[in-house]
Write a protein that binds this ligand. Structure first.
Ligand SMILES: *Cc1c(COP(=O)(O)O)cnc(C)c1O
Length: 386
């Protein structure tokens, strides 16, 4: 059997994979089993922050693998402590809870909001407002938080206590606050799975004002937008937001599973002994990888992310077959005249890997993609959109 036949026979059928088996790569180039090379503009869905097999990251990860790969949270390990310190120093947050994925990072954020509100407001203040068209994960609770009905249908009953508001509609948000006893508002600054749709600055401001007025928490889901993706370390920094809880995962450890829920001043002591936990959370190998990534997501790299994003926006805006370009930094969505899936397949045939989100072509290249590869890939995309 080939890998594809074996996978189709034995792996649960939740993914519609492309007929491409990747065996290796270097940076933003990946190679299939026949030795064919592709320029990767997806980074494993914003995970491989510095591409595939980055040598500095690899060195950090393998060095830790040779020391200790796991000890559980019964003991201290240095990479976990160092990473928590770095995240706090770089964001002004006060504490970090580590898990293994975006959904888990959001679960923790939701538990923090529930406990904080029960203690500081009342046990009836449990409702969390999330946005329509949002995506927060696949566990039953993060599915409930996700504001897209089609994800909900087969899995009833979901966790209760979520209300979905329309992004951009500040009046509706106010009305919801008047109707429900709220604990928090949770937003993605750029809706990723929803089609690469940034919040407007006006709406972001309205959300911030509402949480202040209502004395509730602001939770920001930075699972996809975080760790340099939008040209700032975290996307909320583009908006001047002051979140109480920031959840992140995807690009944090550069390709290893790691989630982080960062807790601001107001909620730093909400979680006490036994309130939450994760066997693998804060794994030293993942944390060593994350430290290597975070150290290199500095001002110079972030400036390059913004420049490359601007270059792509300029290249695609007004181009034949492209009706609009959305997003921030190296998180971009293209509305194409042809169906986005057709453009994606055309690009793949020509050696460029892209993603889609809803009806848009989605680009999430490695943060350090060389300019010449970006130019080559952009030319292919332009060709395939025409
Ligand atoms: C991917 C994603 C998640 C879920 O992350 P997993 O690691 O797949 O659990 C949650 N929120 C956002 C915004 C995401 O993009």
């Amino acid at each position: 059997m080939t890998t594809q036949e074996r996978d189709n026979a034995y792996v649960a059928g939740t993914y519609k994979r492309f007929p491409l088996t990747v065996v290796s790569g270097q940076g933003s180039l990946v190679r299939d089993e026949n030795g064919r090379e592709y320029i990767d503009l997806g980074s494993g869905i914003a995970v491989n922050s510095f591409g595939v097999a980055d040598p500095v990251w690899q060195q950090a990860v393998t060095a830790q693998l040779g020391k200790v790969q796991h000890m559980s949270n019964l003991y201290y390990t240095e990479p976990c402590a160092l990473l928590a310190e770095q995240l706090c120093l770089r964001t002004g947050m006060k504490k970090v809870f580590f898990s293994n994925s975006g959904a888990e990072a959001n679960e923790c954020a939701i538990k923090v909001a529930r406990k904080w509100a029960a203690e500081h407001k009342s046990p009836e203040h449990y409702t969390i407002v999330t946005l329509k068209n949002s995506f927060h994960g696949r566990t039953l609770t993060t599915l409930a938080a996700t504001g897209q009905d089609h994800f909900h249908e087969l899995f009833q009953p979901l966790t209760s206590g979520f209300v979905h508001a329309e992004a951009g509609n500040a009046a509706e948000l106010k009305a919801i606050a008047a109707q429900y006893k709220l604990a928090a508002v949770m937003v993605e600054c750029v809706q990723g799975e929803g089609g690469v749709l940034p919040l407007t600055p006006e709406y972001a401001k309205a959300v911030q004002e509402l949480v202040r007025e209502q004395d509730i928490l602001l939770l920001v889901d930075e699972v996809q937008t975080g760790n340099g993706r939008t040209g700032r370390l975290y996307a909320y920094m583009n908006y001047g937001l002051e979140p109480d809880v920031v959840s992140t995962a995807k690009g944090l450890a550069g390709g290893l599973p790691l989630g982080a829920t960062m807790l601001g001043e107001r909620v730093q002591d909400v979680l006490g002994y036994g309130d939450h936990g994760s066997t693998f959370g804060g794994n030293p190998v993942s944390c060593a990888g994350a430290l290597s990534i975070l150290n290199r997501v500095d001002d110079a790299l972030l400036a390059q992310v913004r420049e490359k994003g601007d270059y792509l926006k300029k290249t695609f805006t007004g181009a034949p077959g492209i009706t609009s370009v959305s997003g921030l930094g190296l998180m971009l969505g293209l509305q194409t005249k042809k169906p986005a899936g057709d453009v994606l397949r055309g690009c793949m045939d020509r050696g460029v890997l892209c993603l889609t989100a809803k009806d848009r072509l989605r680009l999430l290249p490695a943060l350090n993609i060389p300019m010449e590869l970006l130019q080559k890939a952009a030319a292919v995309i332009l060709d395939c959109c025409e």
